[in-house]
Design a protein around this ligand. Structure first.
Ligand code: 13P
Length: 263
């Protein structure tokens, strides 16, 4: 039986003080839910403070991205070694926003390639994280144009294959995959629960084909994209959806607590 996992992705939101207040407020109610793995993926600067706040709680600390090497002349980057040093136990990899695949581009088209994460860099980052015993949360998902062209399953299969290339089954037991349709992120347009479950089930079958039955039945597959307290129960109770990766709704203590409780 897979334990549900609910991860907050704050993205580039909240100052350290605001984030600390949010977590302190959430902990008052989240403390009663040790049966759901709860993770807060915060901006790097908030991590030291959150580490102190979460020290005696079962809520885990997560990061939103990482570079794959341990150290060196890589200005502006943060390594898996540095995250491990701060007790970070999860890290998002391959989010559509770091892949430069925004649902609603607010940035000039010419700047999108700056984010240009590829399946190859995602793979290197996952290897770097696993080496430091940090659990990757791999994000995959299609754009609206890819969905309309009937390419959803093919796009996702390629992302999963690329991300896990050269990685053994035994290394992936604590990893998670988040199915995040790009068109559902931050748009309020949640994917229909049956369709989200169909895609998550397709991902599970792919894991079975690439690896084995055991990993396929243990690996947690999450849904992300406009998850709210009003739709999380239905999403999280689908047979192949093991929780969620929550953006906007994780910035509100009451809403996030209700989402965790629905799992
Ligand atoms: P929203 O919940 O704001 O749609 O964001 C989802 C997401 O991108 C989580 O990683």
């Amino acid at each position: 039986m897979r334990t549900k996992l609910v991860a907050a992705n704050w993205k580039m939101n909240l100052t350290v003080t605001e984030g600390a207040t949010l977590v302190e407020t959430s902990l008052k109610t989240l403390h009663s839910r040790p049966d759901v793995d709860t993770v807060i993926c915060a901006p790097y600067l908030a991590i030291p403070r959150l580490r102190e706040i979460l020290r005696n709680s079962y809520v885990k600390l997560g990061a939103q991205d990482v570079f794959w090497l341990e150290s060196g002349a890589y200005t502006g980057k943060v390594s898996p070694l540095m995250l491990a040093d701060f007790g970070v136990s999860y890290c998002i990899v391959g989010h559509s926003e770091t892949r430069g695949r925004f649902g609603k581009p607010e940035l000039p088209e010419s700047t999108l390639s700056i984010f240009g994460e590829t399946d190859e860099t995602v793979n290197l980052k996952i290897k770097g994280l696993l080496y430091h015993a940090i659990n990757p949360i791999l994000c995959v998902g299609e754009t609206l144009a890819e969905r309309e062209a009937g390419r959803t399953d093919a796009v996702i299969a390629e992302q999963v294959r690329g991300a896990f290339a050269g990685i053994e089954s035994a290394e992936l037991y604590f990893a998670a995959i988040a199915y995040e349709p790009v068109w559902a992120i931050g748009t309020g347009q949640t994917c229909d629960s049956a369709e989200a479950n169909r895609v998550c089930s397709m991902i599970r079958s792919l894991i079975r084909d690439l690896y084995d039955d055991e990993l396929a039945s243990e690996l947690r597959i999450l849904y992300g994209g406009s998850v709210k307290a009003s739709n999380s129960r239905e999403l999280f109770h689908q047979s192949d959806i093991d929780g969620g990766l929550v953006g906007g709704a994780s910035l509100d203590a009451a809403e996030f607590t209700a989402i965790v409780q629905s799992a």
